[in-house]
Ligand binder design. Structure first.
Ligand SMILES: [Zn+2]
Ligand SMILES: [Zn+2]
Length: 269
């Protein structure tokens, strides 16, 4: 299982990265399964460096803030209006309550039926597992101002955990436990944002959540807004988790190989 960082800028697209999106690829049965976890503002662009819009097998949306779902509109257009012909299969899109309606509203309702031809909207439920080919995805309800989920993604004995947007909560423990790689929200900073609770993790809270879960092998911080200083964020988490890393836009990581393969833009797989 590999994960490619299509966007890791927090809350809005930044100068160095689009907003949240993670492409998970698993080779199985002579083919590659391509699953998208979030498709935030700007992320559809770099997605096309790795896969074509028609090659998306499923989309999982953590929540309906635009930095996590806005580019579903672009994916819809890219599939539906392709002069080469639209794919006959609909793409399953798992999201929270109201995902279909939210997308339709982006078009003022005008393209509602066409959206339904492209996407097969399905509702996420806390801890109700979903299987897509060889990949098992368990959503966990998390702590954000709107209905939001983190995803535990399991394939071929490896576990990738993606928190989505969340503050500390009980569900982070089963979500992160024994994960080979954790991609953790860390939009807030210790000392700067301490009065705002129930929105995002800080670096220290992200590290503490991984420690509390137990068995986490690698911890990476993501969802950094452009106004954060990544070096300070890393330091704040490193007080609790010395080997903490920051995700890198465009990088592809092998999950659970023990030999983290970080491939930059130029050598992207
Ligand atoms: Zn966000
Ligand atoms: Zn959010």
């Amino acid at each position: 299982m590999k994960v490619t960082i299509l966007g890791c800028s927090g809350s809005f697209a930044g100068p160095d990265s689009p907003a949240s999106s993670y492409l998970v690829r698993v080779d199985d049965g002579g083919r590659t399964w391509n699953l998208l976890f979030d498709l935030g503002s700007g992320a559809l662009g770099p997605m096309q460096r790795h896969i074509a819009p028609r090659d998306v097998d499923a989309v999982f949306v953590t929540h309906l803030h635009p930095d996590h779902c806005a580019d579903l509109c672009g994916l819809y257009v890219a599939r539906h209006y392709n002069p080469g012909g639209a794919p006959t299969e609909r793409v399953p899109v798992w999201g929270p309550t109201g995902t279909a309606k939210r997308l339709a509203l982006m078009y003022h309702g005008l393209e509602h039926h066409a959206l339904q031809q492209v996407f097969d909207f399905r509702l996420l439920e806390d801890q109700v597992a979903i299987e897509v080919g060889p990949v098992r995805v368990v959503p966990y309800a998390v702590n954000h101002p709107v209905e939001a989920f983190g995803f535990r993604i399991e394939a071929q004995g490896q576990v990738l955990a993606y928190t989505g947007d969340t503050d500390t909560c009980d569900n982070l423990t089963p979500l992160l436990r024994d994960a080979d790689l954790v991609l953790s929200d860390s939009a807030f900073m210790d000392g700067r944002d301490d009065e705002f609770r129930g929105v995002h993790l800080t670096p220290s809270r992200a590290a503490q959540a991984a420690l509390d879960a137990g068995g986490v092998k690698r911890l990476m911080l993501t969802h950094m807004p452009a106004w954060n200083d990544p070096a300070v964020c890393r330091e704040q988490a490193a007080a609790l988790w010395p080997d903490v890393e920051m995700v890198e836009f465009g990088a592809t990581y092998e999950v659970g190989s023990g030999d983290l393969d970080s491939v930059g833009e130029s050598g992207a797989v």
